[in-house]
Write a protein of this length. Structure first.
Length: 209
């Protein structure tokens, strides 16, 4: 009974979180990010303004609820990779299934617009990417038998995240300008960035002990 109660409570919390996100994105699309207040979002989601902060630390975080489950999957992909599987191979495998967190084309297009229009949203996105970078450095350090803050793991992780960020920037352009390619991108994100990952693997081989 306790397990069932906890499960129901967690589902309700997730439903409320999703409702806040949907309300926020609808208002951001209609009014713009800067013109929308947390009070506006709370009213649209039918919650008290103070309740908003039980689910999101800031207005810009409401744009990116996907990052928490994505990071949990990423951490698991790094921790549970089979022996002998390099961190970048695990990264590629993770990207192949990460599309489940991306949502639909319209949602991704709105995210791209908000990143372009709002420095706060862009900074929030980069902050989350930094978290992935630090975790990747730990995994690469394990490959090299070095601490995560050693030079080589940091170089590989920084280069990988820079490549992903550059690919994301290019994807934003596609999302806003080419509907057909946007559908292809959302269906198979790995195909869009695989060249960048293979380029990184060449550099990684040169850095191996």
């Amino acid at each position: 009974m306790t397990t069932v109660t906890i499960g129901l409570r967690e589902r309700k919390k997730q439903q409320t979180r999703e409702a806040i996100h949907r309300a926020a994105m609808r208002l951001f699309a209609e009014r713009g990010f800067e013109a929308t207040t947390i009070a506006d979002i709370a009213a649209a989601a039918d919650i008290a303004p103070r309740t908003f902060f039980s689910y999101f630390a800031s207005k810009e975080e409401a744009v990116f609820p996907k990052f928490e489950p994505m990071y949990a999957d990423f951490d698991r992909a790094m921790s549970e990779r089979p022996p002998g599987t390099a961190a970048l191979d695990a990264l590629r495998d993770w990207i192949a299934v990460a599309a489940q967190h991306f949502g639909d084309v319209e949602g991704a297009r709105l995210e791209a617009r908000l990143r372009r229009e709002s420095p706060a949203v862009a900074a929030c996105d980069l902050q989350h990417m930094r978290r992935f970078e630090l975790r990747l450095a730990e995994a690469v350090g394990e490959d090299f038998g070095e601490p995560a803050d050693a030079l080589r793991p940091r170089l590989v992780a920084a280069a990988a995240v820079a490549a992903l960020q550059a690919s994301s920037d290019a994807a934003d352009v596609i999302l806003e300008k080419d509907a057909e390619k946007a559908q292809e991108l959302m269906a198979d994100p790995l195909a869009f960035i695989d060249d960048a990952l293979r380029f990184l693997e060449g550099g990684l081989a040169a850095l191996r002990p």
